[in-house]
Design a protein around this ligand. Structure first.
Ligand code: IPE
Ligand code: IPE
Ligand code: MG
Length: 251
């Protein structure tokens, strides 16, 4: 299915966001505050992911996209990076069967070539196993960067149209990493920072933003409901006037 683009036409808006994208930030500070090592925060963070996946499924959200490791996170101390990789492997080992049983599709997007072969195989296996599930699509962005995404999509688009010098959005968008999902309706960043940190640069064109101070390990179903309630107060105009939106009967 090809989803319409928010810049080419006004998308349909539903009361419950169809696609929620989250920057899960604050694991390190959660741990430091408790005099624990940063890694303890990441372990707790994985538990929070489990809770939010369930909360999204039960609220009828169809796509959940989680920023787990950015293309810039390699700059962290080597021990933290390798622990994050190990956590990723254990989470896949432990969670995939349960996700499959709950009719959840798993996708992992980013430049996966930098991960070790075993992890790449596990990712491919998990994606294959859950490919036909329909309740909720969970996308993990790993070694993902918004600029990487746009650049890799441009590369593929140019290859597809050799010799062309003029391109359209429609020619680019099928090559973006999240081409199988509609653009996010709601973006959440936990942990108090108000920045995108090279997350979905292209796809957030008309997404509603919600920032909260809660550290990711503490983000639960009630916190999600808070973000959704805020989302439901917004008037999504997509460039139009408020009067036009009211007349169209949306929102
Ligand atoms: C987010 O939490 C998890 C990853 C980036 C992997 P952080 O590790 O960035 O936590 P803070 O921001 O240092 O508290
Ligand atoms: C963004 O968080 C990346 C993830 C949550 C995976 P960071 O903690 O890396 O972002 P900055 O460095 O504070 O911008
Ligand atoms: Mg951080």
């Amino acid at each position: 299915m090809i989803f319409s683009s928010s810049t080419n036409s006004v998308p349909e808006v539903a009361k419950v966001p169809k696609h929620v994208a989250i920057i899960m930030d604050g694991n390190g500070r959660w741990a430091t505050k408790r005099f624990m090592p940063r890694v303890a925060g990441h372990v707790k963070g994985v538990e929070a992911v489990r809770g939010i996946v369930e909360a999204c499924a039960s609220r009828g959200i169809e796509y959940l996209t989680l920023f787990a490791f950015s293309s810039e996170n390699w700059r962290r101390p080597e021990e933290e990076v390798s622990l994050l990789m190990r956590l990723f492997v254990t989470a896949l080992e432990r969670e995939v069967a349960k996700m499959h049983a709950n009719n959840i599709r798993l996708k992992v997007v980013g430049d996966l070539s930098r991960f070790d072969a075993k992890l790449q195989e596990m990712i491919a296996g998990a994606e294959r196993k859950t490919a036909n599930n329909t309740r909720l699509t969970v996308t993990i962005c790993a070694n993902y960067g918004g600029r990487w995404d746009v650049m890799q999509a441009i590369g593929k688009m140019v290859q597809e149209h050799p010799g062309a010098s003029d391109f359209s959005e429609e020619q680019l968008s099928p090559h973006l990493a999240l081409a199988y999902a509609p653009e996010p309706d709601l973006f959440i960043r936990t942990g108090g920072e108000q920045r995108i940190s090279n997350f979905l640069l292209w796809q957030l064109a008309y997404t509603e933003f919600f920032f909260c101070d809660t550290f990711w390990p503490d983000f639960d179903g009630a916190a999600l409901d808070h973000a959704i309630a805020s989302y439901q107060q917004r008037e999504r105009r997509f460039g139009r006037t408020s009067a036009q939106v009211l007349k169209s009967g949306e929102n």
